[in-house]
Design a protein around this ligand. Structure first.
Ligand code: SF4
Length: 219
């Protein structure tokens, strides 16, 4: 199905998006090695008219890059979807497969960069090149009131996309930023990656405290 178009272009990139040569090269390598994987830009996933938009960094190799659904198939998804179900932002049972029947409720999940980057580290130009898809996602969903940025890159990409000054809204876990001139409030969390949870930088309780704030904001 063709992606919805907005004044900023389509909401989702074409599956053969050629814009970032380094990421295209990695996609092509993986098509050879794992022809049964998705290996393409990962489209946004979620409900229509959502009030919450969750923004991650980029697909994980054996997660979204493999399954084609954001945060599906890797550890980060285990924690994110479990928490979203607990807070009523998802229904069903998350089984790490795009056909597990899980549905988002009043929420949408996307990534700042839609293709898998080497070592999970997109470059500045790659982040900038993919930014129009984030802008288009926002434009297509004027119902959004709360944005959850998972990690500093998602936080900064979102502020830049909106033309907000980064220095005015410093990233901090559990921070809440009302964005002037918009109806949006930005919430920050450390990324729910296995690395962050294994090192104790992010605990389940810390992650839930962010969702407590979001639920208060959009009851
Ligand atoms: S990261 Fe975004 S802009 Fe770059 S190739 Fe992938 S979909 Fe296209």
């Amino acid at each position: 199905m063709p992606s919805q178009r907005t004044e900023f272009g389509p909401v989702d990139p074409p599956l053969d998006c050629p814009a970032c040569p380094r990421l295209v090269a990695l996609r092509e390598e993986l098509v050879e090695a794992h022809p049964d994987w998705h290996n393409a830009p990962v489209p946004t996933f979620g409900a229509s008219a959502p009030r919450l938009l969750v923004i991650g960094l980029a697909p994980g190799m054996k997660g979204a890059n493999c399954t084609g659904r954001p945060f599906t198939g890797d550890y980060a998804g285990d924690l994110l979807y479990k928490t979203m179900i607990d807070y009523g932002f998802a229904s069903g049972t998350y089984q790490a497969r795009p056909d597990d029947g899980l549905e988002l409720v009043d929420a949408m999940i996307t990534n700042a960069v839609r293709c898998l980057p080497p070592q999970n580290k997109p470059t500045g130009p790659e982040i900038k090149t993919c930014r129009p898809y984030l802008l288009a996602t926002l434009a297509a969903n004027p119902s959004i009131r709360a944005v959850l940025a998972l990690g500093r890159i998602a936080h900064e990409t979102f502020l830049t996309a909106l033309g907000q000054r980064r220095a005015a809204f410093p990233f901090a876990h559990c921070a809440e930023h009302k964005l002037p001139g918009t109806e949006l409030t930005l919430f920050d969390s450390y990324h729910c990656s296995r690395y962050n949870t294994n090192t104790g930088r992010l605990t389940e309780e810390m992650f839930r405290s962010v969702f407590d704030k979001i639920r208060t904001h959009i009851p």
